[in-house]
Design a binder for this molecule. Structure first.
Ligand code: ASP
Length: 154
């Protein structure tokens, strides 16, 4: 059984500043000494206070080799919405997943990754490679639990 408990939180404060954190126990049954993506700026978390912030949960190696969170922020900087940017980072991982041991029979990744992002305007979004993900948003008044966008339906 896989156990997990990673949380990414990105926020915009009342002054318009962006901040974020990714906290984790790491992947279950990891090799001693493994460093996941959560603690690596640019992989599991990235903030550019002019553009926005992004973070991730899921298979950290995919985010480390794809510089995923920094890519999400860069896509937002190019004008893409937070959700679109998260989906683009998922696509980038899929395109770069060429090792057979990381693929299902149809060639799609046999793992999942989810991104969460907010931009300077306070727009937000989330996306996973595989369907079924949820994320929570607080707009200053209310909490909402929303479905993550996704590339493939499970
Ligand atoms: N991203 C974490 C890691 O690879 C795992 C997780 O999200 O649960 O260490």
């Amino acid at each position: 059984m896989q156990t997990y408990g990673t949380i990414n939180c990105v926020a915009k404060d009342l002054q318009g500043n962006i901040s974020g954190v990714t906290t984790t126990s790491g992947l279950s049954y990891k090799i001693p000494g493994r460093v996941g993506d959560s603690s690596i700026i640019g992989a599991g978390l990235y903030i550019d206070n002019e553009i926005g912030g992004a973070g991730s949960t899921g298979r950290g190696e995919a985010n480390l080799t794809n510089c995923s969170s920094v890519m999400v922020v860069e896509y937002m900087g190019q004008g893409k919405s937070p959700e679109e940017s998260c989906l683009m980072a998922c696509k980038r991982i899929v395109e770069h997943t060429i090792m057979k041991r990381l693929q299902k029979d149809d060639g799609k990744p046999n793992f999942n990754v989810t991104f969460y992002a907010i931009n300077k305007r306070g727009e937000y979004g989330s996306a996973s490679i595989w369907s079924g993900g949820k994320f929570v948003i607080h707009d200053g008044t209310t909490n909402s639990k929303l479905d993550c966008a996704f590339l493939y339906k499970r």
